[in-house]
Design a protein around this ligand. Sequence first.
Ligand SMILES: [Fe+2]
Ligand SMILES: [Fe+2]
Length: 293
Amino acid sequence: MRIVHLSDIHFWQYVFNPLRLMSKRLHGMVALAAGRARRFELAGVPRLVDRIRSLDPDHILITGDLTTTALPDEFRAALRSLIEPLGDPGRITIVPGNHDRYTWWSHRSRRFERFLGDFAPADRYPWLRPIGDRTAILGLDPTRAAVTARGRLPSAQLDAARVLAESARARFDRLIVACHYPVAVPDDHRRELAGKRMINAEEVRAWLAEIGPHLYCCGHVHAAWAHRPGEVPDQLCLNGGAPLLTHRTGRTLPGFLEILLDGTEVTVHHHAWNGEEWIIRTLFRDLGFFKVR
Ligand SMILES: [Fe+2]
Ligand SMILES: [Fe+2]
């Protein structure tokens, strides 16, 4: 099975209507004006779509921050230029990021669900979505509205996730947890995550440490990695980075992940755009990752 995992596309749109500039979006718009948005090069979307389509994936998982300030026009642009051209909607799963619930009203009116609800099996979290006979995605939503970039997984959601993961273990060989916020990152990204972390990550890590081998697909930190966290030894934490972001430092190239699952075997390739062509780096390979230990 071939899964494409991407995250943090950050469609953006300048807004000049002063009513729309109220609240947290004002901060977001200022950040945009300061040049943040320009670093997300929307001209790269057709190239991204072509590359993903050429892989003919069985499933596409998008782990949030499709938009920048959760504007209806940003959601429409995401649907029109990315999601719809990717093909069969039944093969696409999307969980929200903090930018998809950027303002109090976008959260309150469930705008993310209104535009992208078709790409999840339920409109409340957590949920479990089977993909194929042996694999399931468990979706989580720790985003909070217009408060802070820090997330928190509500206790009721965590309790329900415990029950779902237990039932998934009986029915599926391979579990993929999809959540915008990482719970454990490589050392060189710890500082970046600190100001925008999931504040009850410790509690969530303690649960994940008990559920056995799983992939944890996330975003939020705009860098690509395949990381085995010491805190959650059975987890392979995957982040594709932001596919349209040209990083100031050049340290991380924009791209996405291709995850290959074959029996107990997991292989992860990073497809990255170097400015001229796509290059592929293999980040991870383990023949027995999903072997029952
Ligand atoms: Fe992001
Ligand atoms: Fe984020």
